[in-house]
Design a protein around this ligand. Structure first.
Ligand SMILES: Cc1cc2nc3c(=O)[nH]c(=O)nc-3n(C[C@H](O)[C@H](O)[C@H](O)COP(=O)(O)OP(=O)(O)OC[C@H]3O[C@@H](n4cnc5c(N)ncnc54)[C@H](O)[C@@H]3O)c2cc1C
Length: 436
């Protein structure tokens, strides 16, 4: 590791590596270092995620950012870079109220070129014969506030990818272009210094112009100097920004996934539900109650199950550095999620939990849309609110444009995107309503 770089990126999750890749590509000759606390890239939340992608969002910005990133991922897959892309679609099951509220969102999707299909209740019953759509006067269903299924919105350009493979692509290309990584390297703080050093103890003073001089690394004396610092620290962003007076409006929350294995034929045939995509698997299904969902994992013949975690789940301002300390709770699945999923799909009673894990969402609590902003020579990206992998490529391009002080960036496919939209000074986004 040298003692000075043009750009230091903190964090080797999807945001850090996609940013590093685009910075390296568009600013050849710059010395760029990515610094990461863990021993490899994608060991934070990127590698713990569901790695689903969708362009079906309620806000225009999420639609556009995700759509272009998905196109890039597809371009990689089609040109021989295997990122494990699988398009099985997203199926949002809704009750009447949810369907009527989605009308405006669908118009926005159409305007942004996001393809959707609608399924009636009868079509859904034909394609998913085991599904319960109405609960009648069922006392338990009433107690659980289960919403009936009146129809569904399907996003065909949605699915999942392999986050490790995607991160490996960005990281390898970045290194080929001359960039470097420092793993097992814990950034203790951002170091603020005067823009013009006078050599007086205590600088910078209130009257001095200042900038980020670099970073201080735990266990290493001195300051690693950088012309520009990019913070892509995910759920851990606050601990770097807040001590030096910057705000990112990030709150972390533990989120869990449960991998369930079918033990009987009914659940097995649900995994292989035909009629939605060429893959011949059930899509990612989001139920009308509590954002409970499941997705297929075709190669393992299993389903991953989760829910939106709205009820009584804590926000965390300064998460523990050890991601492994966030443990999954089997009781949460058994008593919270399974009763919902098995009410709509009784075949889930044939499921056994074979694996489970937890990670952290980094919520932007203002509007659930990612942010990317520049203050002096500091660039910050994050706040993806649980859907950052699917927007990773676009956000990496925004970071690069912010570095070059450009008002717009070109997303994959040529869509122009105004970089100030994702900042806090001139933020210009609609609140995202479909967060799961
Ligand atoms: C259970 C779960 C399911 C999810 N499902 C999806 C999904 O289906 N689709 C989707 O798009 N997204 C999903 N997400 C969200 C997704 O994981 C995030 O949007 C994405 O990983 C964010 O990337 P990141 O680079 O900002 O954060 P991270 O991947 O967490 O990377 C941040 C990195 O910064 C490093 N770091 C932080 N502070 C420091 C420091 N001081 N010094 C050194 N290194 C530091 C961390 O060690 C970490 O590696 C899910 C998340 C979870 C937890």
């Amino acid at each position: 590791m040298a003692s000075r770089y043009d750009i230091v990126v903190v964090g080797a999750g999807i945001m850090g590596v996609a940013s590093a890749y685009h910075l390296q590509k568009n600013n050849p000759g710059k010395r760029i270092l990515v610094v990461e606390r863990y021993g490899a890239a994608a060991q934070g939340n990127t590698g713990r995620s569901n790695a689903l992608f969708r362009n079906t969002f309620t806000s225009s910005d999420n639609q556009v950012l995700a759509n272009a990133s998905i196109d890039f991922f597809q371009h990689l897959q089609e040109t021989g870079v295997d990122v494990g892309l699988q398009k099985f679609g997203y199926l949002w099951m809704m009750d009447g109220d949810q369907l009527s509220r989605s009308g405006g969102f669908l118009k926005r999707m159409e305007a942004n070129g996001v393809e959707t299909r609608q399924y009636s209740k009868d079509e859904l019953k034909r394609l998913l014969p085991g599904m319960v759509t109405d609960f009648g006067a069922d006392e338990e269903a009433e107690l659980m506030s289960l919403r009936p299924v009146e129809g569904a919105i399907f996003g065909p350009k949605c699915g999942a990818l392999d986050p490790d493979k995607l991160v490996r692509f960005y990281a390898e290309e970045f290194v080929k272009g001359g960039g470097s990584f420092a793993y097992n390297t814990d950034v203790e703080s951002l170091v603020v210094g005067p823009s013009k050093r006078l050599g007086i103890e205590g600088e910078p003073f209130a009257w001095q112009d200042y900038e980020i001089e670099g970073i201080s690394i735990r266990g290493r004396p001195g300051v690693l100097q950088a012309e520009t610092v990019v913070v892509a620290g995910g759920a851990w962003t606050n601990e770097l920004l807040e001590p030096v007076g910057f705000e990112a409006h990030v709150k972390a929350k533990k989120r869990q996934l449960f991998s369930v294995q079918p033990t009987g034929p009914k659940l097995r045939s649900l995994v292989h539900a035909e009629g939605f995509s060429e893959m011949g698997v059930v899509p990612m299904v989001i139920l009308p109650t509590a954002g409970a969902y499941f997705r297929p994992v075709r190669d393992e013949e299993c389903l991953w199950v989760g829910c939106e975690d709205e009820v009584n789940r804590a926000f965390i301002d300064r998460p523990d550095h050890d991601i492994e300390s966030y443990l999954p709770e089997k009781g949460y699945y058994e008593r919270g999620i399974l009763p919902i999923v098995a009410s709509y799909f009784p075949e889930f009673r044939e499921a056994v939990v074979k694996a489970m894990w937890a990670g952290l969402y980094a919520y932007n609590t203002i509007d659930n849309i990612p942010f990317a902003f520049r203050k002096r020579n500091l660039i910050v990206v994050g706040g993806d609110s649980g859907s950052g992998i699917m927007k990773g490529d676009s956000l990496g391009r925004v970071v690069d444009a912010l570095y070059r002080d450009e008002e717009e960036t070109s997303l994959h496919g040529g869509t122009r995107y105004r970089t100030s939209k994702l900042g806090f000074d001139r933020r210009d986004v609609e609140r995202e309503e479909w967060v799961i």
